[in-house]
Design a binder for this molecule. Sequence first.
Ligand SMILES: Nc1nc2c(ncn2[C@@H]2O[C@H](COP(=O)(O)OP(=O)(O)OP(=O)(O)O)[C@@H](O)[C@H]2O)c(=O)[nH]1
Ligand SMILES: [Mg+2]
Length: 283
Amino acid sequence: MAQQIHWFPGHMNKALNEVETKVKLVDVVIELLDARAPLSSINENLEKLIQNKKKLIVLTKIDLADPEATKEWINFFKQKYDSVLTLDLKKSGGENILSKAVINLGKDKWAKEKAKGMKPQPIRAMIIGIPNVGKSSLINRIAKRKAAGVQNKPGFTRGEQWIKVNQDFLLLDTPGILPMSYENQKKAANLALIGSIREDILPNETLGELLLAYLRNQYPSALFSRFGIEAIGDRLVVLNQISEKRKLVDGVGQNDLKRSEALLLKEFKDGLLGQITLEKYGT
Ligand SMILES: Nc1nc2c(ncn2[C@@H]2O[C@H](COP(=O)(O)OP(=O)(O)OP(=O)(O)O)[C@@H](O)[C@H]2O)c(=O)[nH]1
Ligand SMILES: [Mg+2]
């Protein structure tokens, strides 16, 4: 790759410390992963911080992901984590499923409290995830429905706001944001393609090249149907066809392949190429 991606350990440590402080307040950590690139959107450093917490994995943006690939990811994560579910945050209705899953994970805690003769306390949870994965959308959905329940609970760290989802479930109203480490170039590229890290961190040309190579290999039908391409040849053949179909020419009337590549990237990001998953289980 033409350009190395740099990341900043100091920045990462600061963010992890912040998350670590918040994690201490909760029983359940809800980690959001983008269904289009779930492994790339996992933060491995986080695992160390939340060892003794229950973890609920939520795959977001399933409306944009390949449904077959999502099924396989669900099976994979079920073996690894306490609980897994998918949410399309563009639609309502997922909130109850989330609430049930969180309460289920808190049952051990209730058993312990009962054994000590205590009244079972609500399960406290927080949402974490990389930029753009849907943290605020999920919190807003829950908070809007429960606007009256947003409150400052005494006994918790001052300044922390809790959303009373129901009598058994309190959600911290600020999510933990995890910056990514860019050590792994493939992961960084996936994160740029799903909009979680800035595109200019990678040379645009490289991103476009990676996307096109992947689509030619895994989703040729998306290229056929979106751009009316007749044959999937090599990269230049495809870019030339996109230029022709979309009438992208430069000043001297030649096919503008750079603009074709930029268009491909943009339309992928806007979900116009259909449901596409960038990393498949087992590959
Ligand atoms: N198609 C689709 N878009 C979604 C979904 N969830 C969130 N989005 C969109 O993704 C973008 C980011 O969502 P946010 O909820 O702001 O994500 P966030 O994790 O809070 O992002 P940061 O605050 O930047 O870390 C928004 O444009 C949302 O509308 C989903 O399930 N499907
Ligand atoms: Mg947000």
